[in-house]
Design a protein around this ligand. Structure first.
Ligand SMILES: NC(=O)c1ccc[n+]([C@@H]2O[C@H](COP(=O)([O-])OP(=O)(O)OC[C@H]3O[C@@H](n4cnc5c(N)ncnc54)[C@H](OP(=O)(O)O)[C@@H]3O)[C@@H](O)[C@H]2O)c1
Length: 253
C-alpha cells in the first residue's frame, strides 16, 4: 500500500529518511521547496518525489501531511474535491488540525525527530474508530521508524512533553552535564559529550534488558558514602523542582 508524505521539513524529512532506511515500502513525497525536498530524498533511498500534493493524494491511501496546521489545511483545502473523491487516510503532525473536515479517515500524530534513526516515538490519536486495515496501514510506516503509543487527545497532550519535546530537553541536559566536566577539568568537550551519550545509551539498554528502575541502577553503582551518593544528594536537592518547572512550561499545567 503506497504511503505519502507531504511536507519534508524536520518531521516529514525524518519520516522519509526513516522509511528510506528500512526500505520495503512504496513511499511518495512532495514538499513546497524543490531544493529541500531533493536534499531529503537524497538521504532516503526509495522515496520518490512527486511534483504536486495532488499527485500524492491520487497515488497513496495513507498520507502524512506533516507541516504547521494552517499550512496543512491550506494544502487540504486546495485539494478538497480530490480528497472528497479519494478519501485517503490523512495523518497530521499536530493536535487539533481539523483533518476530519477533508476525509472521514483521519488521525492526529505527534511524532519526534528521531524517526530518521528507527528509534523515533509517535503518539497517535484516532479521529474515529479506524477499520482494522486502516489502523494497520497507518501503524506500519510509523512502527518501521520506532515506537507508537496510541492514546486519547488528553493523554497525548501530557505525553508530548516526554516524547515530542523530549529530544531537545534531553540533549540539552546531557550536553550541559558533559560540558561541565569538560570545563571544570580542562578536558576535550566533544570527548565528554560522546562519553555521556554512550553511557546514557548503555544505561537505557541495561534498564530495558534487566527491567530495572533508577533505584536499582543506583544500587548497582553507588557505594555508601562514595562519590555517586554525594552527587545524588545534590541532584535530589533540586531535580524535582526543576522537573516540575520544565513540565509546567511545556504543558501549561
Ligand atoms: N519538530 C518537532 O520535533 C515536532 C514535534 C511534534 C510536532 N511538531 C509539529 O509538526 C508541525 C511541523 O513541524 P516541523 O518541525 O516538521 O516543521 P518544519 O520543519 O517547518 O516543516 C514544515 C514543512 O512544511 C512544508 N510546507 C509548508 N507549506 C507547504 C505546502 N503548501 N506544500 C508542501 N509543503 C509545505 C515546508 O516545506 P518546504 O521546506 O519544502 O518549504 C516545511 O519543510 C508543526 O505544527 C509542529 O508544531 C513538530
Amino acid at each position: 500500500m503506497p504511503v505519502g508524505i507531504i511536507g519534508l521539513g524536520r518531521l516529514g524529512g525524518a519520516l522519509a529518511r526513516g522509511l528510506g532506511r528500512v526500505g520495503g515500502q512504496e513511499v511518495y513525497a512532495y514538499s513546497r521547496t524543490a531544493a529541500t525536498a531533493a536534499q531529503v530524498v537524497a538521504d532516503a533511498p526509495g522515496v520518490r518525489l512527486l511534483a504536486t500534493a495532488a499527485e500524492v493524494f491520487e497515488r497513496c491511501d495513507v498520507v502524512f501531511v506533516w507541516m504547521y496546521a494552517s499550512d496543512a489545511r491550506r494544502v487540504l483545502a486546495a485539494n478538497a474535491e480530490l480528497l472528497a473523491r479519494r478519501q485517503p487516510f490523512l495523518v497530521s503532525s499536530t493536535p487539533d488540525a481539523g483533518f476530519g473536515e477533508f476525509s472521514p479517515r483521519w488521525a492526529e500524530a505527534l511524532p519526534n525527530v528521531s524517526l530518521s534513526t528507527g528509534l523515533g516515538v509517535t503518539l497517535l490519536t484516532w479521529g474515529a474508530q479506524p477499520a482494522e486495515a486502516d489502523r494497520a496501514a497507518v501503524l506500519a510506516p510509523l512502527l518501521a521508524c520506532g515506537e507508537v503509543y496510541e492514546g486519547t487527545a488528553a493523554e497525548v497532550e501530557a505525553w508530548r512533553a516526554l516524547t515530542s519535546n523530549g529530544p531537545a530537553l534531553y540533549a540539552r541536559a546531557l550536553e550541559c552535564w558533559a560540558d561541565t566536566v569538560a570545563r571544570r577539568h580542562g578536558i576535550d568537550r566533544e570527548l565528554c559529550r560522546d562519553m555521556v551519550r554512550r553511557t546514557v545509551a548503555g544505561t537505557i539498554a541495561l534498564q530495558d534488558e534487566d527491567g530495572i528502575d533508577a533505584a536499582e541502577v543506583i544500587r548497582r553503582v553507588a557505594h555508601p558514602g562514595g562519590s555517586t551518593e554525594r552527587g545524588l544528594r545534590v541532584l535530589d536537592g533540586s531535580i524535582e523542582e526543576l522537573s516540575d518547572g520544565v513540565v509546567r512550561a511545556l504543558t501549561g499545567s
